[in-house]
Design a binder for this molecule. Sequence first.
Ligand SMILES: O=C(O)C(=O)C[C@]1(C(=O)O)C=C[C@@H](O)C=C1
Length: 165
Amino acid sequence: QVPVPAAIQSEQTPPIKSLISLMTQRLEVAPLVAQSKWNSGAAINDPAREQAILADVEKQARTIDLDPRFAAAFFQAQFDAGKLIQSQLHQKWQKQKQAPFSPAPDLAKEVRPVLDQLTPQLLMVLKTIQPDLCNTGVKQSLQTATFGQTDDEVSKMAVSTLQCP
Ligand SMILES: O=C(O)C(=O)C[C@]1(C(=O)O)C=C[C@@H](O)C=C1
């Protein structure tokens, strides 16, 4: 084994940190989705959009030799966590009689592209982390992870498919 100088080693981001950071970035988009849907009145749940993402996820997963079912289950959990964030916000805004946001982000032009550019990055780090899901450090990180502003229920939902088999 070639020794790696400590200075270089410490600069590498461990995959679990990258994963938590990318999941956070994805979940942080949910409030923007919620705002644009609050204005447009569109439903929080969009099964057609979910199916389109999942089909793409499965295809991309196969090209990097990642289990497409594992990848799809992970993304479904991210949708579910994001929908919970959106519902919580809509409930709050209903109570507050929140006026339409101005400006609200454009879902198709501004918000979904952010989600889409995170997809291949998430798939790469999922491939790296999958063999390590039973490592004590990884298990602990996932159990205690919080993703930005998310509450406990959202966090638990987001990591629900990342179990040690
Ligand atoms: O794009 C949307 O409409 C979203 O609400 C985002 C998202 C997602 O996380 O990708 C979440 C819920 C919808 O069912 C579809 C997709």
